[in-house]
Design a binder for this molecule. Structure first.
Ligand SMILES: [Zn+2]
Ligand SMILES: [Zn+2]
Length: 68
């Protein structure tokens, strides 16, 4: 009987982009609901996206229209 425990293999954390929750409209962390650009998949705050839409601003990265 061998009850020798083998240590579990090291689990590497998935590569998470630090920029994933960074809003390029207000240049800060996204808090609350997220809006994702349908073209380049950049994330923005939903609030910033709504404001950007009103002001006629485009996605900072790909210049795609903000569609909400
Ligand atoms: Zn975009
Ligand atoms: Zn924002």
């Amino acid at each position: 009987m061998s009850d020798k425990k083998t240590p579990p293999p090291p689990v590497l954390p998935p590569m998470v982009s630090l920029k994933e929750s960074f809003c390029l409209f207000h240049k800060g962390d996204i808090k609350g609901e997220i809006y994702t650009c349908p073209s380049c998949k950049s994330n923005y705050c939903l609030k910033c996206a709504e404001k950007a839409k009103k002001e006629g601003r485009l996605c900072v990265k790909c210049k795609y229209l903000v569609l909400i």
